[in-house]
Design a protein. Sequence first.
Length: 314
Amino acid sequence: MSYAFVFPGQGSQSVGMGKGIYDAFPCAKNVFDEADDALSFHLTRLMFEGDEAELTLTKNAQPAIMTVSIAALRVLTEAMGAEISPVCMAGHSLGEYTALCASGVVDFADAVRLVRNRGAFMQEAVPEGQGGMAALIGASHDDAVKLCESVAPNGEVSPANFNCPGQVVISGMTELVDAAIANAKSFGIKRAVKLSVSAPFHSRYMKPAADKLKLEFAKISWHEAKFPVIANVSAKPVKSPDEIQKSLYEQTFSPVLWEDSVAFMTDEMKIDSFYEIGAGEVLAGLIKKCRKGMNILSAGTPEKLEELRAKLEA
């Protein structure tokens, strides 16, 4: 069995996520406590008792989702004693940072502070309401590019996520995203749906956020990855600190090549099993659409982690 660990991105958050492992395993509680200490505020309280809208704010959702994933991984390896040997790791947008933390590139406290800042920088890059995103359902890669060029020939709207066959997310200035939605059917696109986000992520408008992030990169220690991590920006593995930081910098304002990443992992790295570690099942759903016949499991609860431990042991 050749398997990869994958880590979810923003959109997987929900109030109460991670509570099961927090209550059941001291090593998971330690991760939540470490996040609270690193951020100097009660992220855990927000996650378990807070308002959904506040948790969904980018600066809160990103560290929260990372915390659940790292806590789940520690339950698997420490409390359940699983020996892990993934061929590689990967994550969607924010999840790439989680994958790097899981692969030993950055310490958790540094990583959770970094993604908290990332969320704040991304939100600050464009005034609220001036940027947005939309999902194009039934769109090919070329359909999405041509649609964007038709309404914004200078790149004010561009593809942000190539998630799976028939699903591309576009990002840019609000009025032009709205124009793209209105024109989508004329390009053979089945449906276009405005997303509930407050900024045009993974577009050229995130360049100021990337520049601020680069300054934060210089403040922490980076190590070579224990397991190769597939970079969103290239859909290829990265291991050295220099190439990792370069890929994270570019990822901020470049499309997430998730469909290509899954193709590389299955075709080039011969992955036949994907294990999503953390909240939700978003990546499992995308992977099923990218590649048929894969062994896929989402593990973020005690029961699912035990199921995963048994698979790894077998």
